[in-house]
Design a protein around this ligand. Structure first.
Ligand SMILES: Cc1cc2nc3c(=O)[nH]c(=O)nc-3n(C[C@H](O)[C@H](O)[C@H](O)COP(=O)(O)OP(=O)(O)OC[C@H]3O[C@@H](n4cnc5c(N)ncnc54)[C@H](O)[C@@H]3O)c2cc1C
Length: 397
């Protein structure tokens, strides 16, 4: 007897009974759920899980009014165990978790509870009621967690653009050389400068004007100019997923609620203080490490995932795996990535100013030093470079 035969036999024998106080039979309920999953675009495994999620009810042989008698048949556990002999975790885990998902939904979405049938509300109480915040944190960390609440609302920008820095940085020097005649001296550290010469290990290079952009290394070449600037370093931990190719396309760059707190552009939102208070109460670690989650996907289908923020003296050379876990846990609350295996991890440091978008100084005659562009430096750089150079040369941009 194949597994399909066994499933059909179980539904044939027990599926005609009423579905635990509802106006549909067990079989009708199973087919409705599978149909809704298919209509919502779920993959085959999830459609199968939807079809079979209550199979435990058909197996345990308890009467259909057990909830009224105050008994929880733990049908999700029995059903998952029965299926585990024939199906993989993509089918078994959603079956095992579907009661937990209902308890989670009732906690995050009070309106959902109100929309449930009286029978389902009764069984919810026997199943433990809506989840507590502690239970929710554990549930969200489940490897199979997909936000059952789904995406509720979003902002979408038609002008959003992402570039793969590895691609751009590889191509940009050749373009600059060809288009603007820029000469590069890669691998040449600058050791010092005065108004007319740049010193390198290979000797002095005469200059008429000099622009210094040493990023986070600003203290090395022009320490006095930036001594009282208020600039401070910021370390970010980042991750990249496996390359999904065309098997999984996110379709857009994504971010969620934590990002609203991260960028100053959202400061005008009137409800932001209330959101920040709630996040601080429910997810204090996220605030402490400046974690918000941005997801972007490149042509190979790799997801770049970030980011965390550690500032000033708190920065060490060692990465904190807990921060990566927090990013991955939060990702799960708004994006269902089929197998978010991390292929690469790295960290970077940029330098920023508490209030200014960048900091410029004049450390010597004919010399301009610019740094402190912070976390938006790549985005700002083209416009900023044009403006600062034009100002420096005394020309209109
Ligand atoms: C992990 C991470 C993610 C980021 N994501 C984004 C993002 O999504 N969008 C965005 O807009 N920005 C992002 N940023 C910020 C952005 O990368 C920085 O703001 C930007 O690179 C700063 O540009 P810069 O030219 O001032 O400094 P840098 O890019 O740091 O360049 C300075 C260069 O000077 C060189 N240098 C220093 N001293 C010397 C010396 N003595 N001699 C010779 N060379 C020297 C350094 O080696 C370095 O190559 C991110 C930063 C990090 C770390």
């Amino acid at each position: 007897m194949t597994v399909i035969d066994r499933i059909l036999a179980v539904f044939d024998e027990h599926g005609r009974g009423a579905h635990f106080g509802e106006n549909v039979t067990e079989t009708e309920h199973a087919l409705q759920c599978a149909h809704m999953a298919a209509t919502a675009g779920a993959d085959d495994a999830l459609v199968a899980a939807a079809l079979l999620h209550d199979v435990g009810h058909l197996l345990h042989g308890l009467p259909e009014d057990i909830a009224e008698r105050g008994t929880d048949g733990r049908h999700e556990v029995g059903g998952a165990a029965w299926l585990a002999g024939s199906f993989g975790p993509a089918v078994v885990a959603p079956v095992r978790l579907h009661v937990a998902a209902k308890r989670y939904l009732c906690a995050v979405e009070p309106a959902y509870h109100g929309a449930m049938s009286a029978a389902s509300q009764r069984s919810l109480l026997l199943q433990g009621g809506p989840m507590s915040p502690a239970e929710m944190r554990l549930f969200v960390a489940e490897p199979w967690f997909r936000s059952p609440a789904g995406l509720k609302a979003g902002l979408w920008s038609p002008t959003e653009l992402a570039v793969d820095p590895r691609q751009v940085i590889a191509a940009l020097p050749a373009w600059l050389a060809k288009t603007h005649g820029v000469e590069f001296a890669f691998g040449t550290p600058v050791l010092g400068f005065d108004g007319s010469t740049v010193t390198t290990p290979d000797g002095g290079v005469p200059v008429k004007r000099l622009v210094i952009c040493t990023g986070a290394d600003f203290r090395d070449l022009a320490p006095a100019a930036f001594a009282a600037s208020g600039l401070y370093p910021c370390k970010l931990q980042m991750m990249r997923s496996q390359a999904f190719g065309d098997r999984f396309r996110v379709g857009t760059h994504s971010a969620a609620g934590l990002t609203l707190r991260h960028y100053a552009s959202f400061k005008t939102c009137p409800t932001l203080p209330a959101l920040a208070r709630r996040l601080d109460a429910e997810m204090p670690e996220y605030g402490r490490y400046g974690i918000h989650v941005l997801v972007s996907q490149n042509a190979a289908g790799e997801l770049t995932l970030g980011d965390t923020h550690e500032y000033g003296d708190a920065i060490t050379p060692f990465d904190n795996p807990r921060l990566d876990d927090l990013v991955l846990d939060y990702l799960k609350t708004f994006l269902a990535v089929p197998d978010p295996r991390v292929a690469e991890r790295w960290h970077g440091v940029y330098v920023r100013h508490p209030t200014a978008a960048y900091v410029a100084a004049r450390p010597a005659e004919n010399t301009l030093a610019v740094t402190g562009v912070g976390g938006a430096g790549m985005t700002l750089s083209f416009g900023l470079a044009e403006k600062t150079i034009s100002d420096f040369l005394g020309e209109a941009p």
